[in-house]
Design a protein around this ligand. Structure first.
Ligand code: SF4
Ligand code: SF4
Length: 298
């Protein structure tokens, strides 16, 4: 069995990526299972998704704690103690990292022993789709690493996207972008792991006591401690030559990040917490806010 775990941020398409790989594997004649894991989350928050692929029926359930393939769709998650995407990755596993850095640089930086593949799929998404939506791109990468056929991936994208969007041109662009990623990644050998519960018709999913396995609030009033500035793909920048100080952006920012006035009375942004939703750009009546892509350099 091949176990794939995806890590991304809300809005990047992590769940769809895992679904695409599962559907493509099914179209390849394999058994497949995929599902996401997220709670009452919001755009930008860390989420995970999972895909199991096997030549035999999959009786295993639950999250994948020891993946054969790890797909990290947002590099900043590697420094996020709430996400910890490297957890359980086997030394002989394969990790894909969405980054501008080379595999050697990433391996050294993050002390990763597993085989590592890198590609800046955020740039590919922006260039081809106009947005950092990464579902089909990460799906293309994961399908290649998992050894799925290109034609099955294409059919899977057509099927899955046609159920959620009606713009046929956008579906076509997604297919092109996904296949580009698929063919950019070189085939690799992935060591599969054994099927658990093989031959059994009864599956026992271990669970913890309710006090551990259910969400609980242990410390109240700690939201300000959760810095969300590293969630950004784009950074909003004010152009004070155009700004008329109407303060609409202050009112519209959903996270209250534009409340700090500078010494000239203009609004300014708390970049420690601005998550890059870009609502302020849409709301500014005089287009006084621009966006620049943030590339996370070390
Ligand atoms: S909405 Fe635009 S014009 Fe108004 S304060 Fe904000 S940046 Fe300035
Ligand atoms: S992008 Fe703009 S609206 Fe969104 S969190 Fe940052 S400052 Fe607020």
């Amino acid at each position: 069995m091949l176990r794939i775990r995806f890590h991304g941020r809300g809005g990047q398409g992590t769940k769809i990526a895992s679904r695409l790989v599962g559907t493509a594997a099914f179209l390849d004649g394999l058994y497949a299972q995929d599902f996401p894991l997220y709670g009452a989350e919001r755009r930008g928050a860390p989420i995970a998704a999972f895909t199991r692929i096997s030549r035999e029926p999959i009786l295993e359930r639950g999250v994948i704690s020891e993946p054969d393939i790890l797909i990290v769709m947002d590099e900043t998650l590697l420094n996020d103690p709430m996400a910890m995407p490297l957890t359980g990755l086997k030394e002989d596993g394969v990790i894909f990292l969405n980054t501008t850095h080379t595999p050697a640089e990433a391996k050294n930086k993050y002390k990763i022993k597993a085989q590592i593949i890198t590609l800046d799929i955020t740039k590919i998404g922006i260039d081809t789709l106009g947005k950092p939506i990464l579902s089909t791109l990460a799906g293309g990468v994961a399908s290649r690493i998992a050894g799925i056929r290109e034609d099955s991936l294409k059919k899977a994208i057509e099927k899955e996207l046609s159920e959620i969007i009606t713009d046929s041109e956008l579906i076509k662009k997604n297919i092109e972008a996904s296949l580009y990623c698929f063919n950019t990644i070189k085939p690799v050998e992935v060591k599969t792991s054994e099927i658990i519960h093989k031959g059994s018709t009864v599956i026992s999913v271990p669970f913890e006591a309710a006090s551990i396995s259910t969400p609980s609030i242990n410390t109240a009033g700690n939201t300000p401690l959760r810095k969300t500035g590293n969630w950004r793909t784009f950074k909003p920048i004010f152009n004070y030559e155009l700004c008329n100080k109407c303060m609409i952006c202050v009112a519209r920012c959903p996270d209250g990040c534009i409340s700090i006035m500078n010494e000239r009375g203009f609004p300014s942004i708390d970049y420690d917490n601005c998550k890059g939703c870009l609502i302020c750009i849409d709301e500014c009546p005089v287009h006084a806010i621009e966006k620049v892509r943030e590339v996370h350099t070390w």
